[in-house]
Write a protein that binds this ligand. Structure first.
Ligand code: NDP
Length: 329
């Protein structure tokens, strides 16, 4: 096996006469080590005859496994490719690529969901319980202020998709009254309220003590949390952003924190990543920075998702997790 080519599955079991499906790994170098073995194994397990390579001639490629790098990929030379299969759940870096004219599927995976639930629950409970003030300050002073119960702390979760819904239900299971907000109206048993539309957003934010941002970044959600919307939150509210950095107007957030209207922001995603060392978020006492780790794409399970889509495509079945390019997610 060459370093760049891994063949899997019984030869010739792809579409009649075409040989193994050619799968291009179009992702930054650092990811190749993670996928070069697990992806061929997953394709074989799915019963797909495929050759995975980083160097197929563009005109031979059937499937493009993609993760955005520093420069956008020109998809024009991939004349027979059937779809782009993203390794990431968030696809804002590719939806607007004018050279992409074939379907785009994104990553939806149980590992991502579980990671996001744990990140959101952990950071919500840190603030809910007042952990920093009551536990971390081991200074010999017996401060006895019992925290509220979760049922008395309204939470808003913006975005009720794969990740937002799982996080909202987990918060609700702990006892928080959760208002969810989405683009299209929904009814979700287990949530206190589900709202949609701009009026719904204002109502969801009104008096919320914890707000979780889990919408994708689109032209409709950029700067979603601006000064006016931050002002709707309860005094001393906490913002958790594992969605995308540009969902927040950074200057408005810093002003709300500095003026004491917001107690804390825990941020996993930023307009520029890695977050530059001189960015004010790093040194701000009311900001916690986590390095885009809320929900990692885990190679073993992600490879199975990719392999299942290749299997479906080769069998003429509809692909899973297709992105609505017009909506942007
Ligand atoms: P989904 O596409 O499954 O869900 C998106 C949700 O946002 C849907 O409920 C959708 O509404 C809602 N939404 C989209 N646009 C609007 C709008 N204009 N107004 C109101 N609601 C809107 O995405 P996921 O849950 O899988 O992922 C969400 C985001 O999480 C990703 O886009 C990515 O940015 C981020 N992410 C972060 C990671 C991390 O490690 N920090 C890892 C993975 C993802 P509707 O249901 O009506 O369509």
């Amino acid at each position: 096996m060459s370093t760049d080519l891994a063949e899997t599955g019984p030869p010739g079991s792809g579409p009649a006469g075409s040989g193994p499906a050619k799968v291009l790994f179009a992702a930054p170098d650092r990811l190749w080590a993670d996928y070069r073995e697990v992806l061929p194994a997953a394709l074989a397990e799915a019963g797909v005859a495929a050759e995975l390579s980083r160097a197929h001639p563009p005109g031979d490629v059937d499937w493009i496994v993609h993760a955005s790098g520093p420069a956008p990929l020109d998809f024009s030379p991939f004349t027979r490719a059937k779809a782009v299969l993203s390794l990431w759940a968030g696809v804002e870096g590719i939806t607007a690529n004018p050279t992409l004219r074939i379907p785009l599927a994104r990553m939806v995976d149980d590992g991502l969901r579980q990671g996001m639930v744990e990140w959101v629950l952990g950071h919500a409970l840190r603030h809910h319980l007042g952990t920093d003030a009551q536990v971390l300050r081991q200074d010999g002073v017996w401060r006895r202020a019992a925290p509220k119960l979760a049922r008395d702390r309204p939470v808003a979760v913006l975005g009720l998709g794969e990740l937002g819904l799982a996080a909202a239900l987990a918060l609700s299971a702990v006892g928080f009254p959760v208002t969810g907000w989405s683009r299209q109206p929904k009814e979700v048993p287990g949530l206190a309220r589900c709202l949609s539309g701009r009026d719904g957003l204002d109502a969801a934010l009104e008096g919320a003590e914890i707000v979780v941002l889990l919408t994708p970044l689109t032209r409709h959600t950029e700067n979603l949390m601006d000064a006016a919307r931050l002002a709707r939150l309860a005094p001393g509210a906490v913002l958790l952003n594992p969605g995308r950095g540009a969902l927040i107007d950074d200057a408005a957030l810093l002003a709300a924190l500095d003026e004491g209207r917001l107690a804390h922001a825990t941020l996993d995603v930023f307009r520029v990543e890695p977050l530059p060392p001189d960015h004010p978020f790093w040194a701000h006492p009311k900001v916690t920075v986590t390095p885009h780790v809320a929900a990692e794409t885990r190679p073993a399970s992600a490879a199975r998702v990719i392999a299942e889509n290749v299997r479906r495509g080769e069998a003429g079945e509809p692909l899973l997790h297709l992105v609505d390019r017009k909506a942007g997610y």
